[in-house]
Design a protein around this ligand. Structure first.
Ligand code: SF4
Length: 218
């Protein structure tokens, strides 16, 4: 199955999913959106009020801020994939529960597998914890680490910057470094694809004209 078919199938399953209790209170499941193959994938926490209404990720105030931050990094929303660790809204925007994160993780894993992003940006501590279970976001934000062949960069959630204005300059500074992280991931890809290339065959030399050519026996 190609990436587009897999992503469409994940979306189809998410909107009817009943694997955890969040399906009781959701209005619309929010699978995520973006192209079928991307350089950068953003993973937030869970849908909020407007996302639950529209079935689309990051469409409220946090989404507006995300669009601004993307523009500062020279990226457009249409060229990245945006999703969350849980695809249905936790009631009252509470934190997702461990059993909800566990139930929903196979959708995110399948999306990562289909998209094959070079860089994964986690927004907030719940998506960061998927890749760096023991990290603290206050220490780790803005740093890039390799996890299973992907460059993972932890950042604050845009909603956190809206609630605590002191976080915003840090989030802006982290986004400003995104082009640098993309370049780093592309350089690594280039290096490894070069290592997998077949070494050039030594040039076959014609035998000197005055020596007889050995005849093949087969
Ligand atoms: S949050 Fe995930 S696991 Fe739970 S019902 Fe929604 S799609 Fe299914």
């Amino acid at each position: 199955m190609d990436s587009a078919t897999i992503l469409a199938e994940i979306s189809r399953q998410v909107i009817v999913c009943e694997k955890c209790a969040l399906h009781f209170s959701r209005k619309k499941g929010v699978p995520g959106e973006g192209p079928n193959r991307v350089t950068v994938m953003f993973i937030g926490e869970g849908p909020g009020f407007y996302e639950n209404e529209q079935g689309r990720p990051f469409v409220g105030q946090a989404g507006k801020l995300l669009d601004e931050l993307l523009a500062k990094a020279g990226l457009k929303r249409e060229e990245v994939f945006i999703t969350n660790v849980v695809k249905c809204r936790p009631p009252g925007n509470r934190d997702p529960l461990p059993e909800e994160l566990a139930a929903c993780s196979s959708y995110l894993d399948a999306q990562i597998e289909a998209l094959q992003p070079l860089v994964i940006v986690t927004l907030g501590r719940y998506s960061m914890a998927k890749f760096m279970p023991n990290a603290k976001i206050s220490n780790t934000h803005g740093q890039a680490v390799w996890v299973n062949g992907k460059l993972v960069v932890a950042m604050y959630h845009p909603a956190a910057a809206l609630h605590q204005p002191s976080i915003r300059p840090q989030l802006e500074a982290d986004f400003a470094r995104l082009p640098e992280f993309i370049k780093m991931a592309k350089a690594d890809l280039h290096l490894h694809s070069g290592m997998n290339e077949k070494p050039a065959e030594p040039e076959e030399k014609e035998p000197p004209k005055d020596q007889p050519t050995q005849l093949s026996l087969f």
